[in-house]
Write a protein that binds this ligand. Structure first.
Ligand SMILES: *Cc1c(COP(=O)(O)O)cnc(C)c1O
Length: 379
């Protein structure tokens, strides 16, 4: 699925995109041209469909990486005088706490270990104990480890307690089942370059229209003001500031590919196959996963670094890269891990090829044949 010379990105995004998605960027679009506006309208409608959202919701795209949409969502939907409870079990949850604090929100944090789930009874108790908390934020798939948070169960508690639910669905959107209406989600944030298999540069928030209307004037940032972007797009279909036209054209192509593949269920099935193949194969090679099986989403897998002396992530990374694969450093608090992404224009035959290369690298490492020559990124 990928080109011959560039490495396959086994990373959580940017990730390996198809030649077709890359080709969609080979033309220039005028941002006010009717043809471009039509692409933009189509994307907004298609993203709503993927989210299971009807007329009560709207897609508000935003220039930038995924974090821009998360920050815009918090800035727009958490009122200063109320509080927000952030569920944390990884680095992306911690980032939401950081964002909320910088925005001057009243933040409560319910944090558990990076390889654990929250206790839902405890969540309910915390909401009952503090009526000022009006919203709860959760990360659907914690890309830090690959852990899947139980969105349906969390949404049920939040709904029962009458609070608004905001979701960071960055690394799950487009593959994992999602129904924002059924789960009473007020808003979710995601981006072009993860399971949608587009290129980086466009983030978006899917939000209830009544919440968008109620947020008028709340966001103190001009560029992150979702209500402002929403009003403009609804009025004349245009972004307020220069849109990343090539990225948007590539996303339109990527969404066509998703439909042709069979939609999110088919994409999920492919990722699941990739994931099982990868984890089984890595276990056979002696690696241990950092998560219990039932917590694992088929998005990215974390493996413990072997502790018997021969392993160095930098050497491992460099050798794999020379053989055509880019993996990802670990980010878990509790253990030294590295990550291998499962998503992107990657099918099981590519995972099988990767699993043929890993033992060659292990032999080279164990025999001391590799040296600290190739740079590896720390993240
Ligand atoms: C990728 C990701 C983000 C956004 O990261 P950016 O680097 O800003 O694109 C946010 N949350 C989660 C869970 C992610 O996986």
């Amino acid at each position: 699925m990928s080109g011959t010379r560039e490495p396959v990105l086994l990373t959580p995004g940017p990730l390996t995109t198809s030649a077709r998605v890359k080709r969609a960027m080979l033309r220039d679009w005028g941002s006010r041209d009717e043809e471009f506006l039509e692409i933009s309208r189509k994307i907004r409608a298609e993203l709503l469909k993927i989210a299971g959202a009807g007329d009560a919701y709207a897609t508000v795209p935003l220039q930038g990486s995924g974090t821009y949409a998360v920050e815009a969502m918090i800035a727009s939907f958490v009122a200063a005088e109320t509080g927000v409870l952030v569920l944390v079990n990884g680095a992306y949850g911690r980032r939401i706490v950081d964002i909320s604090e910088r925005l001057g929100k009243r933040v409560s944090v319910y944090e558990v270990a990076d390889d654990s789930l929250h206790d839902l009874g405890e969540l309910e108790r915390r909401l009952e104990a503090d009526p000022r908390i009006r919203s709860v934020v959760v990360v659907h798939c914690e890309t830090t480890s690959g852990l899947l948070n139980p969105l349906v169960e969390i949404a049920n508690v939040v709904k029962r307690c009458g609070r608004a639910l905001l979701v960071d669905a960055m690394s799950s959107f487009g593959a994992l089942a999602l129904d924002v209406e059924a789960l009473h989600i007020t808003a979710l944030a995601a981006s072009s370059n993860k399971c949608l298999q587009g290129v980086p540069g466009l983030a978006f928030v899917i939000a209830r229209r009544d919440a968008l209307d109620a947020s008028a004037g709340r966001c103190s940032s001009l560029v992150l003001d979702l209500h402002g972007q929403y009003r403009q797009l609804e009025a004349d279909g245009q972004y307020r500031f220069t849109p990343p036209t090539h990225v948007i054209a590539a996303l339109a192509e990527a969404l066509d590919e998703l439909t042709e593949e069979g939609g999110p269920p088919a994409r999920y099935a492919r990722y699941k196959k990739n994931c099982e193949l990868l984890i089984d194969g890595m276990r056979e090679l002696g690696f241990e996963t950092a998560l219990d099986g039932e917590l694992q989403a088929p998005i990215i897998a974390s493996f413990r670094e072997p502790e018997d002396g021969w392993f160095s992530f930098d050497l491992f990374y460099g050798a794999l890269k020379r053989k055509g694969f880019a993996i990802y450093a670990g980010k878990m608090k509790s253990a030294s891990t590295f990550r291998i992404g499962i998503i992107g224009a990657v099918d099981p035959s590519i995972i099988s090829r990767f699993l043929e290369v890993v033992p060659l690298v292990i032999v080279e490492m164990k025999n001391g044949l590799l040296h600290q020559s190739q740079q590896s990124p720390l993240n």
